[in-house]
Write a protein of this length. Structure first.
Length: 245
């Protein structure tokens, strides 16, 4: 049976996580292997695109010029962080989804939203693989804040007219700040692990450039797509879960 690309991405991410060492109830011992026991989080957040203003486009065939407005979408994400032998350096695997995002056309049937009489839901998943480094740790901030830049590969729906695959690899850079709002709770309490996420994401490659016609026959980009996105929300621990001794 033929399987969709998003399903294959999710299966691959779950396989990677399943292959990692099993998390322990408490990770107090130092890491002495290349990859150490991972932690798993679930994020629910607001994704605000075109942070510094949208690109200018010309609609087809009428030729009207407009600036694309920023879009706000719900973002759901599963994130696995894998500490390494290098202190404060971790590998990450993420699977994210924007359930409220829309598209100008259905990527499989190619029918446009205008033909279908309403917006087309964009339900593609994105897979992120990369590394992150804590430049500010809870120890430095009294347990209240963490700051970590990251660099990785984002495997997500194609966005350029030259793309010959429905999903493409993109260089993804960014910075994640986590406010540990419940750090005053006992370490074994579930709320202790809940964080407030503030993330700046910059997609350095794979987005439409000036002159690109995306979607085909719908609009032409007069300026490069704006790659900056701001994400704010909550992170919830899934594993390991600390239990009261």
């Amino acid at each position: 049976m033929r399987r969709s690309v998003p399903t294959l991405i999710l299966d691959a991410a779950l396989a990677v996580v399943a292959a990692l060492p099993a998390p322990t109830a408490a990770q107090t011992a130092p890491c002495h292997t290349i990859l150490c026991a991972p932690s798993l989080q679930f994020w629910t957040a607001l994704n605000h695109s075109h942070l510094f203003g949208g690109p200018r486009v010309q609609t087809l065939p009428g030729g009207q010029v407009q600036t694309l407005d920023p879009a706000n979408n719900l973002q759901l994400e599963f994130l696995a962080l894998v500490p390494t032998y290098v202190r404060e350096l971790s590998a990450y695997v993420s699977v994210s989804w924007l359930p409220s995002a829309t598209s100008a056309a259905n990527p499989f049937t190619e029918y446009t939203a205008s033909v279908l009489g309403g917006p087309v839901r964009a339900q593609g998943l994105s897979l992120g693989l990369g590394v992150t480094y804590n430049v500010l740790t809870p120890k430095m901030t009294g347990g209240w804040f963490t700051l970590a830049p990251y660099v990785g590969d984002l495997f997500s729906p194609a966005a350029r007219p030259t793309d010959q695959s429905s999903y493409t690899h993109k260089l993804d850079l960014g910075l994640v700040g986590t406010v540990h709002a419940f750090s005053w709770e006992p370490a074994y309490a579930y709320a202790h692990g809940i964080g407030v996420i503030l993330q700046y994401d910059y997609r350095a490659t794979g987005l439409p450039s000036k002159g690109d016609e995306v979607p085909a026959g719908e609009r032409v980009f007069l300026t490069d797509a704006r790659p900056s996105t701001f994400i704010a929300g909550l992170s919830f621990p899934i594993a390991p879960l600390h239990v009261k001794p």
